[in-house]
Design a binder for this molecule. Structure first.
Ligand code: AHN
Ligand code: ZN
Length: 334
């Protein structure tokens, strides 16, 4: 009998003991939750409002084509800076004299808005806000300006909505929004002459704060059209593959892989090229293009680029994805 009790005490009980905690762990997730890292205490990201973003796109288009040198261009600049200020962001206007490829001279206006300017952990979000002076991809009225709703305003509208959301929720991360000017006055076959992205080139060489540093940048370009696809653009893959991964994985997690397709596309000469090159910030470009042909949407630089191509579902997919990516850069809740 004594031997039997000893057998239970020394052999069976430790075995039973060994299995008990693991059983209770499987049925109850609390011990695991308690040992999670601090990031897990970040509250869920806010919901990006696509109706609000759409209204910001429309407000820009309603000024008329925002062609450099026109009063629509000047009025739109005032609108953008006053919107950003109304959301509590610190706004700076950067002016600079530039020449376009056709020999015209303009005073460009880059609009830079900063959220929590004192926070050293910063992310840069950018989009161009000017519109192209001519619809050269159209078959009619090639020399006339066009509404340009997707090309410019879609990215700006998404970023304005993100600015509004961050003002409400106050996450603990530094963000700069750059609305760069005179992106779209480029020469059709530019052959490395750097005729595109004049505002971004200027800013990247002369940042609004000397020695400006950001962890990374995200460029939004033509992000509002129905059925848009955003393949992983070549230059983004080359210089910012970790940023591309963050964005495309987040989009997949949110169920937006029909927009953020897991396909690699050619390199585009766009604003991010200059921010990578001159400001040394790794950047990813979210740009609507055909993953196979590399072509932009059929409305690109035509009179069809107007509010009819804008789809709130596309704005939501891009806006929610970018909002959640920056949301997770919080070190701890504020
Ligand atoms: C080129 O076509 C070389 N780059 C496209 C940049 C662009 C124009 N994005 C929008 N409009
Ligand atoms: Zn364009």
């Amino acid at each position: 009998m004594k031997t039997f009790i000893c057998f239970i005490a020394y052999c069976l009980l430790p075995i039973v003991y060994f299995f008990l905690p693991s059983c209770s762990n499987n049925n109850n997730s609390q011990p695991e939750a308690r040992s999670r890292k601090p990031e897990a205490s970040i509250p869920p990201a806010p919901s990006f409002n696509e109706d609000s973003a759409y209204s910001f796109v429309k407000a820009q288009v309603d000024f008329g084509p925002r062609v450099p040198g026109t009063s629509a261009h000047a009025k739109c600049a005032d609108y953008l800076s006053s919107k950003l200020k109304s959301y509590g962001w610190h706004v700076q206007i950067q002016n600079g004299n530039i020449s376009t490829y056709d020999g015209k001279k303009f005073n460009l206006q880059n609009i830079i808005a900063s959220y929590k300017p004192e926070n050293p952990n910063r992310i840069l979000l950018f989009s161009h806000w000017d519109s192209r002076p001519f619809a050269d991809q159209d078959i009619v009225d090639k020399d006339k300006p066009f509404d340009s709703a997707d090309d410019g305003p879609s990215g700006v509208g998404v970023l304005l909505e993100i600015a509004r959301q961050l003002n409400i929720t106050q996450p603990n991360v530094g963000i700069d929004i750059l609305f760069d000017d005179i992106e779209d006055y480029g020469k059709e076959h530019d052959n490395g002459e750097n005729t595109w992205g004049l505002g971004a080139q200027y800013w990247a060489k002369n940042p609004h704060k000397p020695g400006y540093v950001a962890q990374y940048g995200i460029l939004l370009d033509m992000v509002g059209a129905k059925g848009a696809t955003f393949p992983r653009e070549g230059g983004s893959n080359e210089y910012a593959s970790h940023v591309v991964k963050k964005i495309w994985d987040k989009a997949a997690h949110l169920g937006y892989s029909n927009y953020f397709v897991f396909e690699d596309a050619a390199s585009i000469t766009d604003d991010h090229v200059y921010v990578i090159q001159y400001a040394n910030i790794p950047c990813a470009d979210i740009i609507n293009m055909n993953p196979v042909t590399g072509q932009f949407g059929a409305h690109h630089h035509t009179h069809s680029d107007n509010m009819n191509v804008i789809d709130k579902n596309t704005l939501k997919a891009v806006g929610q994805t970018v909002l959640e990516v920056v949301w997770e850069e919080q070190k701890s809740p504020s």
